[in-house]
Design a protein around this ligand. Structure first.
Ligand SMILES: Nc1ncnc2c1ncn2[C@@H]1O[C@H](COP(=O)(O)OP(=O)(O)OP(=O)(O)O)[C@@H](O)[C@H]1O
Length: 579
C-alpha cells in the first residue's frame, strides 16, 4: 500500500480544508458511502421477496436463486461498508497527523518571549488531546453523513414508493425528534464545555504536582496539595457525570419520539394487507425500513452531539493552526576573526517601563574572555539574552561588523552558543546529555570542564544515567556537563551565565585555564558573581544598580572602581578564610 505522506496545509484554520486535502480518501468515502447506503435498502426488499416466495409456495429452485441473490447482496453491501469505513479511518488518521504537524510547527516557531510564558510540553499535550477529540468528531460527521443522511434519504424514498400517505404521516414524528435534538444540543454543549475545561485544568495541575512533588513535600505542603487535588478530581467527576447524563439520556428520547409513527404504520399497513393491496412481504419490508429510519434519528442526534463536542476542541486548537513556517537555514556568516562592537546598547523588557540595560558600550574580540558582573538584578542575565538577539534592543550590537538583528535567527544560532542558569539535563546518559543525539567524541570537552576524573570514578563512564533533571549528579557535576554540552556545540561567541556557582574555586580556575588555551577561536562572555578568576581573564564589564557600567581590565577596575575593588578584596578574604 502507498506510504502516507503528511504535508503541511494552507489555511489550516479553515476546517473544510482538511476534507479538501484528503480528496482521494473523501472521493472513495463518497463512492462507497453512497454505494453501501443505497444498496442497503435492497436487503429488506429481497427479504420481503423471499417471504412472499415462501408464502406463495414458489418452486425450490426459484427460492434457492432468491436466497443466493440475497446472500450475495448482503456480502456486497458489507464489502462496500468495509471500504467506506477503511477510507473514513484513513481520512481521520491523515487529518490527525496534519493537525499535529501544524500545531508542532506553530509551537516550535513561537518566539522566545511567547515560549517563556507557556509551558511548551503541557501546551503540546493539551493540544494533542484536543486534536484527537476534534478528528473523532470529523470522522463521525463524515461517516454519519452517509450512514445517516444518505441512508435515511434512501429509506424514505423507497417508503414513498410503497405508499406516500403512510410514509408522510408516519414519518412526521421524525423531524419532531430531530428538532428536539437540535434544541438540546446547546445544553449538551454547555455541560461538555464545563467538563472539558475542568479536565484541561486538572491536566495542568497534574503536571505541576509531578514536577514539583519534591518541593511540596520538603515544604510540608504535600497533604494540602493532595487535598486540593482530590477536591478538583471530585469536581471533575461531577462534571463528567452531568455531561455524560445529558449526552446519553437524549438518545432514547429521540428514539421513542421517532418510533411513535410506527402505530400509524401498523394500523394502515395492516389494513392494506387485509385489503390485499400489500403482500405480507411488502408489509415486512416496509416495517423494517420504517424501524431502521426511526432508529437512524438517534444517529442523527448523535451526529449533532459529536459535532458539538468536536467544535469545542476545534475552537481550542484553532489558534495553533497557523500557516506552516519553514526556517530560513541559509548561512551567510563570516569565518574570519570574530569582533563584537556594542554601542549605546539600551534594553527594556516588553511592557516594562524601565530600562534594564542602559547605554552599554564595549568592544571585544576572538580569543578573549570577558567577565560580566554586578549587583543582584543589575541586568547581567538580561545582557546575555540581549546578546543572543532574542529581544529587540536600542543602540547597536555589531557582530563581525554586521548588526545582530540583520542576521537571521538561524544564523545567530550558528554564531552564538549560550549556557543559561539552569543545566537542563535530560533523563539520559552523560554522553547523550552532552551530544544531544549527535555522534561525537566528548573526550576533549570532558577534559576542558575537568569532568574526566569524575567520569573515571563512574562504573558506566559516559553511559552513566544522570536521572531526572540530573538528580543522580552533584550540582557541580550537572553544571559541568551542561558546560561541556555548550563547548561541544561551540560557536564564534560563547555566552556562559553563571556556570561556576556550584563549582569549587580550584576547579573553576582550571576550567578557565582550559578555556583560555583551547577556545582561542572563540570570544567567551562569562557572567559571574565570583570575581576571583577575573584577574585571569581579559576584561570585565561591571554593571551598577543605577544602570551605569564600567569596562576595563581587572587591574583598571581595581584602580578606578572602589566598589569593584571592595567586592574583589572581600571575596579574596572569604576565599582565604575558607581554605
Ligand atoms: N522576562 C522578564 N521580564 C521582565 N523583567 C525581567 C525579566 N527578566 C528579568 N527581569 C528584570 O530585569 C532586571 C534584571 O534581571 P537580570 O536577571 O538580568 O539580573 P541579574 O543581574 O542577572 O540578576 P542575578 O544576579 O540575580 O542573576 C530585574 O529587575 C528583573 O526583575
Amino acid at each position: 500500500m502507498k506510504q502516507m505522506k503528511i504535508e503541511p496545509l494552507t489555511r489550516p484554520d479553515k476546517i473544510i480544508n482538511y476534507w479538501k486535502k484528503e480528496k482521494t480518501a473523501v472521493a472513495f468515502i463518497i463512492i462507497f458511502g453512497i454505494g453501501y447506503n443505497t444498496s442497503a435498502i435492497l436487503g429488506p426488499i429481497y427479504q420481503g421477496k423471499l417471504i412472499d416466495a415462501l408464502l406463495r409456495g414458489d418452486s425450490l429452485n426459484e427460492i434457492a436463486v432468491l436466497a443466493v441473490t440475497f446472500v450475495l447482496l448482503i456480502a456486497a453491501i458489507q464489502l462496500t461498508r468495509y471500504l467506506k469505513r477503511f477510507y473514513t479511518r484513513r481520512f481521520a488518521n491523515s487529518t490527525s497527523a496534519t493537525m499535529r504537524l501544524m500545531i508542532y510547527n506553530n509551537i516550535m516557531n513561537k518566539g522566545f518571549v511567547d515560549l517563556q510564558h507557556e509551558n511548551t510540553g503541557d501546551l503540546m499535550t493539551r493540544a494533542l488531546a484536543d486534536v484527537d477529540l476534534c478528528v473523532d468528531g470529523m470522522r463521525k460527521f463524515t461517516t454519519e453523513l452517509f450512514d445517516t443522511g444518505v441512508l435515511m434519504s434512501a429509506y424514505f424514498l423507497t417508503m414513498l414508493y410503497y405508499d406516500v400517505q403512510i410514509t408522510v404521516i408516519g414519518a412526521l414524528f421524525i423531524p419532531v425528534a430531530m428538532v428536539i435534538a437540535e434544541k438540546l444540543k446547546n445544553l449538551i454543549y454547555q455541560f461538555s464545555i464545563d467538563y472539558r475545561t475542568k479536565s484541561s485544568e486538572i491536566t495542568g495541575m497534574t503536571y505541576d504536582f509531578i514536577d514539583n512533588a519534591m518541593l511540596y513535600r520538603i515544604n510540608g505542603l504535600e497533604i494540602k496539595t493532595q487535598e486540593k487535588y482530590d477536591l478538583e478530581l471530585e469536581d471533575l467527576q461531577n462534571k463528567a457525570i452531568k455531561a455524560s447524563i445529558f449526552e446519553n439520556s437524549m438518545q432514547p428520547i429521540y428514539n421513542v419520539v421517532a418510533m411513535l409513527g410506527v402505530i400509524m404504520v401498523i394500523y394502515w399497513g395492516g389494513s392494506k394487507v387485509i385489503a390485499g393491496s400489500w403482500t405480507v412481504g411488502i408489509f415486512s419490508t416496509y416495517m423494517i425500513l420504517f424501524a431502521a429510519l426511526a432508529a437512524k434519528v438517534s444517529n442523527a442526534a448523535k451526529l449533532f452531539n459529536s459535532v458539538q463536542k468536536s467544535r469545542i476542541s476545534w475552537q481550542r486548537i484553532k489558534p495553533y493552526l497557523t500557516e506552516y513556517k519553514t526556517k530560513n537555514t541559509a548561512l551567510n556568516i563570516k569565518k574570519n576573526h570574530t569582533t563584537l562592537n556594542i554601542e549605546n546598547l539600551t534594553f527594556a523588557y516588553p511592557d516594562a517601563k524601565e530600562n534594564v540595560i542602559q547605554n552599554i558600550t564595549m568592544t571585544a574580540q576572538q580569543g578573549e574572555i570577558i567577565g560580566i558582573t554586578g549587583a543582584i538584578a543589575s541586568g547581567k542575565t538580561t545582557l546575555g539574552l540581549a546578546l543572543l538577539g532574542l529581544y529587540p534592543y536600542m543602540g547597536s550590537i555589531r557582530l563581525d561588523n554586521q548588526e545582530l538583528m540583520d542576521y537571521s535567527e538561524y544564523e545567530r544560532s550558528q554564531m552564538i552558543a549560550y549556557l543559561g542558569h539552569n543545566p537542563q539535563l535530560l533523563s539520559d546518559t552523560i554522553y547523550n546529555n552532552i551530544t544531544l543525539g549527535s555522534n561525537e567524541d566528548i573526550t576533549a570537552v570532558l577534559r576542558d570542564v575537568c569532568f574526566d576524573t569524575d567520569l573515571a570514578a563512574m562504573p558506566d563512564g559516559a553511559d552513566t544515567l544522570v536521572g531526572n533533571g540530573g538528580i543522580r549528579l552533584s550540582g557541580g557535576q550537572q553544571a559541568r556537563i551542561a558546560l561541556a554540552r555548550t563547548l561541544l556545540n561551540k560557536r564564534k561567541i560563547i555566552i556562559l551565565d553563571d556556570p561556576f556557582s556550584a563549582v569549587d574555586m580550584q576547579t573553576e580556575e582550571k576550567i578557565i585555564t582550559n578555556l583560555k588555551e583551547h577556545y582561542q577561536d572563540c570570544l567567551i562572555l562569562l557572567i559571574s558573581h565570583r570575581l576571583a578568576i577575573f584577574s585571569h581573564i581579559h576584561r570585565i564589564l561591571f554593571l551598577h544598580p543605577d544602570r551605569t557600567v564600567e569596562y576595563g581590565t581587572h587591574q583598571e577596575l581595581m584602580e578606578k572602581s572602589e566598589i569593584y575593588a571592595e567586592i574583589y578584596n572581600l571575596q579574596q578574604l572569604a576565599g582565604e578564610n575558607n581554605e
